[in-house]
Design a protein around this ligand. Structure first.
Ligand SMILES: NC(=O)c1ccc[n+]([C@@H]2O[C@H](COP(=O)([O-])OP(=O)(O)OC[C@H]3O[C@@H](n4cnc5c(N)ncnc54)[C@H](O)[C@@H]3O)[C@@H](O)[C@H]2O)c1
Ligand SMILES: [Zn+2]
Length: 371
């Protein structure tokens, strides 16, 4: 039996911090833990239809057994549900069911649920308490840490949202067992990023742990989830609003986002970031910033994730380059890149973690990875 790990996220300014508790089987203690951290008269347990059947219903039933009023609200699985339409449907359904100011939201699911239900919590009656129970590796490792919630709009992803830190995050690594293998790879891509930017030992350990997590081994999953949460929590605790240090989390994402957009969002985010990290490491090596061999090491890990090291078929390098110019993290259409100094260490100093690079070099690297 694994011991429980608690990681604290310190929110900036007046916002309160919150604990992330990780333990195998911890979901069975949710009916007692939720009211202890988020007191409310009514609990809206929000989950997509698939996760509702696997885990959401048991959370709502458990709360009711504890004498709490709890209602399960569901929506169809998938990114398309992270919309203003679903936000409207959920808030209307809560009002219809008599939910008021004295309510709390429990988000049980992947990143889509965390972002959508989190945005419901941020806006319902100007903000009610939120408890997150992430069930995908993306949600455990990434989206439940940092307090960002929101929805997609026709203009782009995540463009309407809020900072609404949860009161509590509860991670049960056992639930990743039911997650499809390809979804595990999506979360692990961000774990590789955490090792690549900050922890060479973790990065080396991932070479052994990735195959175990891909196969659904709970102990390895718990190990990876805890270390990744520690790294991301440490960064966002130091920089809640994304002004400085938090930029390092964008390693692999300038090219990753461009690949995602150029593919018309048909290639998943984690797959694009995995390739983006390898390409940005090659870019750094060419510019003499990144220690030679770094890109090869990352490529080995991406292979273990069973993800592609080439541009998606039919994608033109010039077109990908053009998409880097619309990256929202850039300044005035000039994209910036977070480069590594070596595996486990970001290049840069002070608050300048991202830099502009010559477009010709980016294009060379993209051309090399083209079919
Ligand atoms: N807020 C943030 O800081 C942040 C960070 C990273 C990603 N995100 C967002 O997260 C979203 C992607 O998250 P995701 O990949 O978890 O997507 P998702 O929520 O759609 O989950 C992926 C799929 O896995 C299923 N699933 C989830 N947990 C399961 C389980 N334990 N067993 C079986 N099936 C399960 C879901 O039903 C869904 O079909 C994107 O919208 C992205 O923008 C947000
Ligand atoms: Zn990402």
């Amino acid at each position: 039996m694994l011991l429980e790990e608690t990681i604290h996220v310190h929110a900036g300014g007046r916002a309160r911090g919150y604990p992330i508790r990780v333990r195998s089987g911890i979901r069975r203690a949710l009916p007692q833990m939720i009211p202890a951290h988020a007191r409310a008269h009514r609990y809206a347990v929000i989950a997509d239809e698939a996760v509702a059947e696997l885990y959401g219903r048991e959370v709502a039933d458990g709360l009711r057994r504890e004498g709490k009023e709890a209602h399960l609200f569901t929506f169809p699985p998938g990114e398309a549900s992270k919309s203003r339409g679903q936000w409207q449907a959920l808030t209307d359904a809560m009002l219809e069911a008599g939910f008021g100011r004295d309510s709390a939201v429990v988000a049980v699911g992947g990143g889509v649920t965390g972002d959508l239900a989190g945005f419901v919590a941020a806006t319902f009656m100007r903000g009610i308490p939120l408890v997150m129970v992430p069930t995908s590796l993306v949600a455990m490792i990434d989206s439940s840490v940092g307090g960002k919630v929101g929805v997609d709009v026709p203009h782009g992803k995540n463009l309407v949202g809020a900072f609404h830190p949860p009161r509590l995050v509860v991670v049960d690594p056992e639930v990743a067992v039911t997650l499809p293998r390809a979804e595990r790879a999506q979360g692990l891509a961000e774990a590789v990023k955490h090792g690549a930017i900050l922890d060479p030992v973790y990065l080396a350990d991932l070479e052994d742990d990735i195959p175990c997590v891909m196969n659904g081994e709970v102990r390895a999953t718990a190990r990876v989830v805890v270390r990744s949460i520690e790294i991301k929590a440490d960064i966002v605790s130091k920089d809640e609003r994304e002004s400085g240090l938090r930029q390092v989390l964008n390693f692999g994402h300038t090219l990753g986002h461009a690949l995602e957009a150029a593919s018309g969002y048909t290639v998943p985010h984690g797959s694009c970031v995995a390739l983006g990290m390898v390409l940005e490491a090659r870019l750094g090596e060419r510019l003499g910033v990144t220690e030679p061999g770094t890109a090869d090491l990352l490529a080995r890990l991406v292979r273990l994730l069973e993800l592609s090291l080439s541009l998606p078929p039919g994608l033109d390098p010039e077109e990908v380059l053009a998409f880097t110019r619309s990256d929202k993290k850039g300044r005035a259409g000039r994209p910036r890149y977070v480069l590594l100094a070596a595996p486990g260490r970001v290049a840069g100093k002070g608050e300048e973690w991202a830099r502009e690079v010559p477009e010709e070099t980016v294009l060379e690297v993209l051309r090399e990875a083209a079919f």
